[in-house]
Design a protein around this ligand. Sequence first.
Ligand SMILES: Cc1cc2nc3c(=O)[nH]c(=O)nc-3n(C[C@H](O)[C@H](O)[C@H](O)COP(=O)(O)OP(=O)(O)OC[C@H]3O[C@@H](n4cnc5c(N)ncnc54)[C@H](O)[C@@H]3O)c2cc1C
Length: 442
Amino acid sequence: MLLEEFIIYGVVFLFCGLVIWIYLRKEARQSKLTEAKIEKAVQDGTFEPVSLHPVIDLTTCIKSGACVEACPEKDILGIVNGRATLVNASQCIGHGACFQACPVEAISLVIGTERRGVDLPHVSQNFETNVPGIYIAGELGGMGLIKNSVEQGEAAVESIVQSKFKSEPDHYDLVIVGAGPAGISASLTAKKHQLNTLTLEQDSLGGTVFNFPRSKVVMTAPMHLPLHGKVKLYNTSKSELLDLWHGVIGKNQIKVQEHTKVEEIQMIPSGFMVLTQGGESIKAKNVLLAIGRRGSPRKLGIPGEQLEKVAYRLLEPENISNKKVVVVGGGDSAIEAALSLIDENEVTLSYRSEAFSRLKPQNRVNLEDAIKRNKLNVRLKSNLTSIQDRSVFLQEEHSAEPVELPNDLVYIFAGGELPTQFLQKAGVQITKRFGYTVKSHR
Ligand SMILES: Cc1cc2nc3c(=O)[nH]c(=O)nc-3n(C[C@H](O)[C@H](O)[C@H](O)COP(=O)(O)OP(=O)(O)OC[C@H]3O[C@@H](n4cnc5c(N)ncnc54)[C@H](O)[C@@H]3O)c2cc1C
């Protein structure tokens, strides 16, 4: 071999070695970063999936990384040793973009895990439950996302129309419970078919979208909104989407009764009796449940809780200043709400237990810091006993009489009542699904 050839081969060999070395170093750095994120996710309690999430078949995965790139949410997936792995699985909202992006179909979308089951109602292909006349659409049935819910709301009402039910005097043809994406789309479809319909919403029009703690909304594909047409909002904001809902509902003169929680659905010989928290009894031939999976905020059941100054979520803390605020609760939501208000307001945090447990590590650090700086008045082992216009009464375990605190606003974070009990009361069958595959092939 000539010396020149030897040098050329040597250079090529060295170059290839360098490329491989750079690649392996990058992979090792990436793995380290992902492992640190996983460790944090475990500490924060976001590592284990709670509902829909991707499951990666490592024997098929070819290390393309396409799934990680495609996910519109942050850090749901990561790469360790070149292969995809779950990081913050509980934050997956089911865009399914990873599933679509994988070039070798190594990803399945699964609900629940072997250890943690998810309650899912029985729904037939035409969206009817085991109770004839009660239908389910949207996230409650297991499949999340705005687009899916909109499609299902429309399809469910089309099924109701096709069932050729007989209208009854004094009965609505259809009562829709919930005005999120599924309920809105169902209401529009019902209007299109001129069904005598009433939509009841415990909160405000918009559903979970309205409660998003972030303003960004992602839709990976265009959606069809009945009586409106194609909606192409890929990266949009919460307010833009809400404007769209309000516009189309208003334009079509659809009746959505807000701040009306449905407590119970009873079967009667002529159909259903829908009972609301406010004491209304509404007769319906069909009921469509579009109530999502987040349930209803648990109330304390104390005098004054109906006052306008009481809320169960905190939407724009930056707009609240110079107020005397009481936050009730000891979970992450309560702590985060209280901490977001301490700079501009006088905040008291009331919690019935003697210590905060299972907090995200960062929340615990911030809480301790706020207490140290005298920014937050924490009252452990205390219960709110009544709420007045300008004050609240707080019963502390160590004192005989409740103490009165001047007050402008009350935020209650006492957990939620899951829709499971509500469904069971209505006779809808529920099954716990442990690792139920929703999608495994395109
Ligand atoms: C933080 C977060 C971010 C998300 N981001 C996106 C995103 O970017 N893109 C996307 O496509 N999806 C996103 N999703 C998912 C999406 O919001 C849901 O899949 C979708 O809103 C489900 O629609 P739905 O109509 O089935 O239920 P929901 O939107 O949950 O609406 C249900 C409605 O029913 C009402 N209700 C419940 N019980 C009763 C009752 N007893 N009586 C009367 N009313 C009742 C509720 O108040 C609510 O308004 C996100 C979800 C979360 C939590």
